[in-house]
Design a protein around this ligand. Structure first.
Ligand code: SF4
Ligand code: SF4
Length: 285
């Protein structure tokens, strides 16, 4: 028996919403008993895309995080459900029974991820089913995964060591969106946005970009070195939040620059003007 899971690679997601639209196309006006009743045509986001702006002008980045139901091994929603209205299939998919859950509006707030939505017309709570009805027909992946044009979504059997999802899990590069909830989520992420430190190196005497300048970062047990690009820009991604780092910039013939930086938020150091080293005076005879 498979144990299904999903890996979401944030660095590949461009926020196109194809996954969300495929979900709506599958579930609006379509009942798939015993797993789901039709989704209303507005107000539900079984695959929600969270857009987060990072940094400040002129260094702004946008991160898109796709958030479906996490199909947790230990789901709080299931504990809160009455009369077995939420259950886990042998393959790990968490299902809200559309009949047994009728009237249980409290289930909407039982999920800390807030991925359960209330269907006002039908008076039932609803959420992503990993397209259980399609998997039962032999599909290898849900509609959202099939629709994703960038390969940001990977679906498969976590217990099959050869599957891509199992290999990602074993790589140690995946993480849960909210580990503090402690629900053993089976949807995990790669490249969740953390903090960045960026800047632009400028040669103070010529006003030219400091292309090729060596930029080193130290702190929190990390040491990284990059070279400023042809615009003099550099960036360190994936840093810890609210921690201290030291940034050093070196360019031959110029005085070194050093800054202590705290990552309370994403940091753009702006233009870093390097001053030329004095060549020293000639000795008089
Ligand atoms: S993410 Fe929420 S709705 Fe989905 S299984 Fe976990 S607790 Fe339940
Ligand atoms: S379809 Fe893929 S790239 Fe588009 S928003 Fe969804 S996860 Fe991101």
């Amino acid at each position: 028996m498979s144990r299904y899971g999903m890996v979401i690679n944030i660095s590949r997601c461009n926020g196109c919403y194809n996954c969300f639209l495929a979900c709506r196309d599958e579930y609006c006006w379509n009942d798939f008993p015993p797993y789901s009743a039709s989704q209303p045509d507005s107000g539900h986001f079984w695959m929600r895309i969270i857009e987060r702006e990072r940094g400040k002008y002129p260094k702004v980045k946008v991160a898109y995080t796709a958030v479906p139901c996490m199909h947790c091994e230990e789901p709080l929603c299931m504990k809160a459900a009455q009369d077995g209205a939420i259950y886990k299939r042998p393959d790990g998919i968490v299902i809200i029974d559309p009949k047994k859950s009728a009237g249980q509006k409290g289930l909407v707030s039982a999920c800390p991820y807030r991925v359960i939505y209330w269907n006002e017309e039908k008076q039932i709570p609803q959420k992503c089913t990993f397209c259980a009805h399609l998997l039962d027909q032999g599909w290898k992946e849900p509609r959202c995964v099939e629709a994703c044009p960038t390969g940001a979504l990977t679906f498969g059997d976590l217990d099959d060591a050869d599957s891509e999802v199992a290999q990602w899990m074993a790589s140690g590069k995946t993480e849960v969106l909210h580990p503090e909830y402690g629900m053993k989520e089976k949807v995990v992420y790669i490249g969740l946005p953390k903090r960045f430190i960026a800047g632009s190196v400028v040669l103070g005497d010529t006003d030219e970009c400091g292309e090729g300048a060596k930029v080193a970062l130290e702190g929190e047990g990390e040491e990284r070195v990059v070279q400023a690009d042809n615009y003099g820009d550099f960036e360190f991604e994936g840093l810890k939040t609210d921690k201290g780092y030291i940034v050093k910039v070196e360019q031959k013939g110029y005085k070194a620059y050093r800054a202590e930086v705290k990552t309370k938020s994403d940091v753009y150091l702006g233009d870093i003007l390097l001053t030329r080293m004095s060549r020293g005076r000639k000795k008089k005879n």
